[in-house]
Structures are given as C-alpha cells and as structure tokens.
Write a protein that binds this ligand. Sequence first.
Ligand code: HEC
Length: 214
Amino acid sequence: MNHDHHIHQHENGTEETNRPLSPWLVGAFMLSLCWGGFYLAFNSGGFRQDVYESNAVNWAGGGAQAAAPVDPKVVGKRLYTQNCVVCHQPTGMGVAGQFPPLVGSEYVLSQGNMGENHLVMLVLNGLQGHFMVKGQAYNNAMVPWKQLSDEQIADILTYIRSDWGNNAPAITPDFVTQIRKETAATTDSYTQEQLMAMPAIKPATVPGSSPVKK
Ligand code: HEC
C-alpha cells in the first residue's frame, strides 16, 4: 500500500509537468510571431525585388489572395511596366503619331468634361479609330485590359495619375468594380464619340490623395 501510494504521488508529479502550456503563454507566443510577420511585411516592401524587377513574382496578379500591403503606386508602376510601357513609354510620353501620351492627358487627369469613369472605361474595354489627346490626333487601336483585376487597374491608374508631374487623386478598386459592372455588356472597343457620349462620373476624392490641379 505504502509503495503504491508513493508511485501514485510520483505519477501526479509527472502529470504536473506534462500539462499543456498556459493559454496565455501560447497567446503571447502567437502574438509575437504575428508581430514579426507584420513588421517584415510592412518594412521590407520598399526593398522587395519584385517591386523593381518587372519579370519577378507577380504578387498582385492571378487572383493572389493575401498580398502584403504595398503602396498602390508601387504595384501600379510594376504593372504599368509589364502591360503598358511598350506603347506609352517609361516617360509616359507615348510615341508621336502612334501612341498618345499619358503625361498631361485630359483622359488620365479627368479634366474638362472627362470623368474618372471615361478613363476606367477606355482601359477596361479598349479604344479604336480617331482619337484626340492634347490636341493631337491618333488613329490607332488599344486592346481591352479587362483581364486585369479591379485592383490591378486601380493601381495602374493611380500610378499614371501621380507620376511624370501628373497629380490627380487615386482610383479605388471599388470604382473600377462599379464601372466594370456598368459596362459589362460592352463587347467592342470604344470610339472617342461613343466614349464621350457617356456622362462624366467624378468619384469622391480618396482621403489622403492629392487634389487635381486644374
Ligand atoms: C500596344 C500598344 C498599347 C498598349 C500596350 C497600351 N496602350 Fe493605351 N493606347 C494605345 C493607343 C494606340 C491609344 C489610342 C487609341 C486610338 O488611337 O484609337 C491608347 C490610349 C490610351 C489612353 C487614352 C489616351 C491618353 O493618352 O490618355 C489611356 C489612358 C491609355 N491608353 C492607357 C493605357 C494603359 C493604362 C495601358 C496598360 C494597362 C495601356 N494604355 C496599354 C496603345 C496602347
């Protein structure tokens, strides 16, 4: 009996030390892991290779779910380099007589009777035929870019509205979603006349973005 009792006590002691970790400790450990992750995600974004190398991993592309939070202008610049730069050029100046400029473009900056909707519409659905930009005539065509996600289009447009001296507010993914829905029935690229037949929509300015200079 005495002996048994002793073993029992010993077993109790062993059970003590095998108890699962206190939930508090586990919680604190998880929290520090998360903090580490977020710290890296937030602080290494500016130095990421894919930000500068256009053919590196496409973080925002192909329906990637939880891309690390990166400045839309930085992502937008990379997507611009991948999709738009061959025609509109790294300077945004285009090529005279062939590809119109994005610098100072009334379409890009939504000036005059142009709304942000016109910009989103022409990028989503493409353009064809006679097209005037900054007083210069073009008679070419641009393919639709609707295969890009709402967020990718928003990032590209936010970028081209903020580089090369352009200074217009960001375009939100929600606004692209709205315009994509409204123009879902569009199958042909727009002519300038068709595009400008739509009334301008000027979305509310995104807080923190710089105002349009007119
Ligand atoms: C293969 C060449 C080509 C590529 C690539 C291209 N564009 Fe264009 N883009 C054109 C042409 C050509 C026009 C004028 C269409 C016409 O003449 O009817 C145009 C017109 C535009 C316009 C309106 C006019 C202006 O200059 O403001 C915008 C904005 C624009 N493109 C943005 C983009 C964006 C954003 C991308 C990338 C997602 C892109 N383009 C990719 C050829 C291209």
